[in-house]
Structures are given as C-alpha cells and as structure tokens.
Design a binder for this molecule. Structure first.
Ligand code: ADP
Ligand code: MG
Length: 391
C-alpha cells in the first residue's frame, strides 16, 4: 500500500480525529453485533498507547440529515468502553462549541466519540464548511473506515483536505489484501461471483476478467448469463436489460468464465417450496433456479483446487432458505479447506453466508466493506483513500 499510516506520523499528545465505521446493528439501545467496533480496536489502542487524544467519528444508519435519537451512537460508546476497559466520553454532536470544549479538555490517552455525523445534511453533501468544522477538532486525520471509503462525504473525504491525513490499521489491512489480489496475485487466481443481480456486478466482472485465471459465476446473476446462452430460465430472476451485456462478457471471457451446469429449482420463491435438481436445459415452466446444483459444486471445486488466490463476492443461491443454501455452504467449505491459498471474501451477504457456514475463521481476509470492496474490485479509486497522504 502506498498510503501513509498512523505509524508514519507522530501522534503523541496530538488530537487525532479518526473516522471509523461504527455503523452497527442496534436493538433496544444495545449493539447486537460488535464486529465493526472490534475491527477498529487495533488503531484505537495504538493511539491510546502513543498518548494521542483520540476523537472518533462515524455515521450510523440513515437519519436523513436530522437528529434521530434511535440512531445515536451512545450505545456504541458504551460497548467500546467495555471493549477498551476504559471510559469513552460521548459528545452531544459532532461539531460546534460544546464539542470543541469537550475536545479541549481531553488528556493524552482519552477517547471521545462524536455523535452520528449524518445528523447533519452537510455530511453526505460533503459540504466544505462542515468539513472544516470537523477538521477544527483535530491536528491529524486518520481514516480507518474502509467500509465508507467509497463515499465522498465530509467525514470520509472532505475533512482530509484540511488536516494531514493517514490510514488506520484496518484500512491498511483491507487495502493490502484487496490490492495485492488485484495487482500481484499468487496464481492461479480464481474469482467467484454470485448474488442477486448481474447489473450490480458488471464492472466487477469486466475488471476481474483481465486479472483472473478463472471466473466462476453462480447465484442469481448466473441466470442472466444462462439465458443469454439460449437456455430457458422460466421464472428465474433474469435481467432482460442485461442480456446483451452478458453475451459480450461471455465472448470476452471465453475459456475463463464458468457457469452452472445444473441448478436447484423451486416451484415457488419460498423456504418450503418443492425443489429438485435439473440440468440447465431443463428448468420446468413455472419454476425458478434458487441454487447451483451438485454437479456445478463439483465442477467449481475442481476449478478451485490448487488456487493460490481466491476472491469471492456474492452467494451461490438464496442461502437465507436452508433448502437453497447447499451450494453456498459447499463453496464456503471448499475455500476454508484450501491450503496455502489467500482467500478473500467481500460483500455483506457473502460474509453472512460464510459465518452461517461456520468457517469464517478459516478465511484469510473477510472484508468489512460491502459496497467499498465491490467498488475496489471494479478497479475504482475510493475517494476516502485517494485523499490520504502518499508514502
Ligand atoms: P453481497 O451482499 O455478498 O454482495 P448480493 O447482495 O449481491 O451479495 O446478493 C445476495 C442476495 O442474492 C441474497 O439475498 C440471495 O438470496 C440472492 N440470490 C442468490 N442467488 C439467487 C437466485 N438464484 N435467485 C434469487 N436471488 C438470489
Ligand atoms: Mg448484499
């Protein structure tokens, strides 16, 4: 990675304004999954040890530029305090005189969490005056919110124009894993794409085609490719508008793109639907494909055997229904068992599927950024990264 990190800058005694991704699920005023808070701990702990004054900021949910008490970061401050084993002060807002006064009172090693940045409409507009108000709170800006780096908002991009800006350890880790996979992967390099829609992932297919040794496509997006090849997909999710694109991608990726040869079809989009395995040329009228079939699983496994780098985004089927999760679980287990391979998974649903399969700890890198990892795989420069200081 060619961006400066917190290691490259003197933070001792400094006010360090750090963007984190604390956009966590809440229920009854409690954090129900603290994965994202834990992911930011290494950088926070480093800053505390270095004697910095730590000022954290994040968005939470979609308050649409208004104060919504149920989207306050207060429960996050409580959870963070438990994880750090020290008090975390909570600010009533993210800008303004009261917050500035709280910052002025911070001692080296203290931690303050600012209130939800999206309580202000200026955050998403990347308003320069608002970004300057944020910048007033710090001497140094650290971005550790990889999951928000694809958005040019005031707290992820704007503020970095007014302060020396560097990456945190989580940001560094994400960029290292994803960057290496795209720029200098150990080969063979195999990518697996799935999920609901091909239209979400055309850019990813295009960018990966030039880099991978094989591209395995399953899930809903495979249906559009299969229909483009002339198969009748009956009631399956097919994007008619993308058939031409699918055809030209197949042409471009000849010999590299591998599609399902069999499917698990259902007579309804339902967890309890009747289901059976059919060949891709045998989807019955009125039925729909909800998973890849066992022959496809074996075929994909054979393509993954011996891979040294694997990137996976998008489940192989409607894994939310146990009857249609088999393909996704089988691929997750295959990745978990690969020896000497760097395995990387990105995408909110894909990560959930791998956790559901119980093999998350056997994956080399699980990206914390859904949209951000997708844009990275498309080859786009993330605005929140571009603005950080080069090494
Ligand atoms: P990610 O969040 O990992 O990027 P996506 O959001 O692109 O993944 O896709 C996940 C969704 O795709 C899941 O909700 C899953 O049910 C759906 N899906 C997968 N296969 C199919 C299919 N054959 N038909 C309809 N939906 C599917
Ligand atoms: Mg998703």
């Amino acid at each position: 990675m060619n961006k400066k990190t917190v290691r490259d800058i003197d933070v001792k005694g400094k006010r360090v304004l750090m963007r984190v991704d604390f956009n966590v699920p809440l229920a009854d005023g409690k954090v129900t999954d603290d994965t994202r808070i834990r992911a930011a701990l290494p950088t926070i702990q480093y800053l505390i040890e270095q004697g910095a004054r730590v000022i954290l900021m994040s968005h939470l949910g979609r308050p649409k530029g208004e104060v919504k008490p149920e989207l306050s970061l207060k429960p996050v401050a409580e959870r963070l305090s438990e994880l750090l084993g020290k008090p975390v002060k909570m600010a009533p807002d993210c800008v303004g005189p009261e917050v500035e006064a709280m910052v002025a009172e911070l001692q080296p090693g203290d931690v303050l969490l600012l209130e939800n940045t999206r309580f202000h409409p200026e955050e998403r507009k990347n308003d320069p005056a608002f970004a300057q108000q944020l910048a007033k709170l710090g001497d140094i800006y650290v971005n550790d919110a990889f999951g928000s780096a694809h958005r040019a908002h005031a707290s992820t991009e704007g503020v970095a124009h007014y302060l020396p800006a560097v990456a945190g350890f989580l940001m560094e880790k994400e960029l290292n894993f994803l960057g290496k996979a795209l720029e200098a992967p150990e080969r063979p390099f195999v990518a697996i794409l799935g999920g609901a829609k091909i239209s979400d992932k055309i850019g990813v297919v295009k960018n990966l085609l030039g880099k991978v040794n094989a591209l395995l496509i399953g899930g809903g997006m495979a249906n559009t490719f299969l229909q483009a090849q002339g198969y009748d997909m009956a009631e399956s999710l097919v994007e008619q508008d993308s058939l031409d694109t699918a055809r030209s991608l197949l042409e471009e990726g000849k010999g590299k793109i591998f599609l399902p040869t069999d499917l698990v079809v259902a007579d309804a989009f339902d967890a309890d639907a009747n289901s059976k395995v059919v060949s891709v040329d045998g989807v019955p009228a009125g039925w729909r494909a909800l998973d890849i079939g066992p022959e496809t699983v074996e075929h994909f496994k054979s393509k993954l055997a011996g891979a040294k780098t694997v990137v996976w985004n998008g489940p192989m089927g409607v894994f939310e229904f146990p009857a249609f999760a088999k393909g996704t679980v089988a691929i997750a287990r295959t990745l978990a068992e690969l020896e000497d391979a760097v395995t990387i998974i990105g995408g909110g649903d894909s990560v959930a599927a791998v956790k559901q399969a119980g093999v998350a700890d056997k994956i080399t890198h699980i990206s914390t950024g859904g949209g951000a990892s997708l844009e990275f795989l498309e080859g786009k420069t993330l605005p929140g990264v571009a603005v950080l200081l080069d090494k």
